[in-house]
Design a protein around this ligand. Structure first.
Ligand SMILES: Cc1ncc(COP(=O)(O)O)c(C=O)c1O
Length: 507
């Protein structure tokens, strides 16, 4: 237990008796979760590389939103830029060649990190996971007779692909998720997968880890769907933050990723890992600089370049790509298994503690959406605080209070409207009523048509606009979890009042 008493705790927030209570809680936690001891290197790493968190008293719990970067990542990247002269990689001059070499090195490091074989996969660099998804959606050969099947639990950028499917006349169907765990009923999935016709293309999309509930949907579905003629898109954007994705074990056709969610820096770079056989089916709706071998104005034609090059529009974010390699090296040096172990110990403890909180009248304080234990889930928890009479505390009130505590969390529907609708049991009829009026309007125009949004939500029986999400990551420590628990306790036996809160967007 030496590690507890000698280490500088996260900020000097806990002093005197509160520090003693925190230490006692940590001792009990470590006794219940002995595996946590094996992750103490991460405490040292936090002190060394992420000291700004504690120096400034931040409680950062939005790792699904974006991970945090180590100081050495910045140093190494900036030093590299400082020492060299780099040009646009689209040429063969010396500065261009130097850049191309480093960018290809970055691509090789992505292959290596995910154990993806260059014989099987292409890696297409994109601005982010959404960019990867759009690239796929616009080029996927949807036709009448084809099908886009997706889980209700999906990020909006996966939902958005349905508009490409719709425009091309393909069928669109959603697989529901069930309360209380917010998982898919597998029998429904298996019967939906039987519907693939041989003469058209079928795409099945789901997240490896929900960005709403943290549920991990089975990677075993990949083979099941492929065996029935489906191409499989597994959105790994939130999964890879604290889990190892091994593409020598799993072989999804398409995997979108945003690197800042893994190691914080750089932003503006993501990728689409695409199986070569699946990528060959795609049909790009345009060509642009960098994607073609040649084109002609008078000849009115163009010839695409080979492989990933045909999908990397314009100039890639070339100066940032070496920082991707640096970030992956950083994670490799830490070991993803250690990060996973740590966040799952803390998630288990937090779930247990939060779910045991009671108001004086015995009513529960916290409603957790999704699994209440760590079975097949990640380190993301969606919840709401409840008043002693069982009403949901407006998530905007929670956010306001969190801001005052320097606590960074997320609220709302978290870009995952399907999971939110399922969690809050929002009715299809009500949502149809709202969104049939919403189509292709700006928010302002929409409000002019539907009137007061909050009132509308109440009218259609929606209890709340959204959830509160906390997500743990790379350098979360016990003190962070403890501090969040203390924050939660400030809602005990209270009826928080809404003041100065902004109107709530839906999603
Ligand atoms: C599961 C999931 N998919 C896709 C995305 C989109 O990522 P980006 O905003 O980086 O494009 C996110 C972002 O939070 C996500 O959590």
């Amino acid at each position: 237990m030496e590690t507890i008493s000698t280490r500088r705790s996260n900020c000097e927030i806990f002093t005197g008796s509160s520090a003693i209570r925190m230490r006692a809680a940590e001792v009990a936690f470590r006794q219940s979760y002995p595996a946590f001891e094996n992750t103490s290197l991460l405490d040292e790493l936090r002190e060394r590389e992420y000291a700004r968190l504690d120096e400034q008293g931040h409680l950062y719990l939005d790792y699904t939103g974006g991970s945090l970067y180590a100081e050495s990542q910045l140093r190494e990247h900036l030093e590299l830029l400082r020492r060299h002269v780099f040009g646009n990689p689209h040429s063969s001059n010396p500065t261009s060649r130097a850049m191309t070499e480093l960018d290809e090195q970055a691509r090789a490091s992505v292959f290596e990190f995910f154990h993806a074989s260059p014989d099987e996969y292409f890696i297409i660099f994109t601005p982010n996971a959404s960019g990867a998804l759009k690239l796929l959606g616009e080029a996927y050969p949807f036709t009448p007779g084809g099908h886009y099947l997706l889980t209700v639990d999906n990020h909006n950028s996966v939902n958005g692909i349905r508009e490409f499917a719709r425009a091309k006349g393909a069928a669109i169907s959603y697989l529901p998720i069930m309360l209380p765990d917010l998982r898919v009923a597998e029998q429904e999935l298996f019967s939906a997968l039987e519907q693939a016709r041989e003469d058209s293309h079928h795409l099945f999309a789901y997240p490896a880890q929900s960005n709403f509930s943290g549920v991990q949907h089975p990677l075993e579905w990949i083979e099941v769907a492929q065996a029935r003629g489906w191409d499989v898109l597994v959105d790994c954007a939130s999964f890879v933050t604290t889990n190892r994705l091994d593409l020598s074990r799993w072989h999804p056709d398409f995997v979108p990723i945003s690197f800042y969610k893994m190691f914080g820096y750089p932003t503006g770079v993501g990728c689409l890992l695409a199986r070569k056989a699946a990528l060959a089916k795609l049909c790009r709706p345009w060509f642009g600089g960098g994607t073609i071998w040649g084109s002609s104005v008078q000849g009115d034609g163009y010839v695409f370049a080979e492989g990933e090059i045909a999908f990397e529009d314009g100039t890639i974010n070339y100066l940032q790509l070496p920082a991707v390699e640096i970030g992956l090296k950083h994670l490799t040096a830490i070991d993803m298994e250690m990060i996973h172990e740590r966040v799952m110990c803390l998630t288990a403890w937090l779930l247990e503690q939060l779910l045991s909180l009671r108001h004086c009248n015995g009513a529960t304080l916290v409603q957790v959406y999704g699994p209440h234990d760590t079975d097949r889930r990640g380190a993301t928890i969606a919840l709401n605080f409840l008043t002693p009479d069982g009403r949901i505390v407006d998530e905007r009130v929670v956010e306001q209070r969190a801001n005052k505590h320097k606590l960074s969390l997320r609220t709302g529907c978290l870009c995952n409207p399907g999971a939110t609708e399922a969690a809050f049991q929002q009715s299809k009829a009500a949502l149809l009523r709202i969104y049939q009026q919403a189509e292709r309007r700006s928010w302002k125009q929409f409000l002019a048509v539907v009137g007061d949004w909050d009132q509308l939500l109440t009218e259609v029986g929606m209890q709340s606009g959204g959830a509160v999400r906390i997500s743990l990551g790379l350098v979360t420590n016990f003190a962070d979890a403890y501090r969040f628990l203390q924050f939660a306790q400030t809602f005990l036996d209270t009826f928080p009042i809404e003041s100065d809160i902004l109107p709530r967007p839906h999603c």
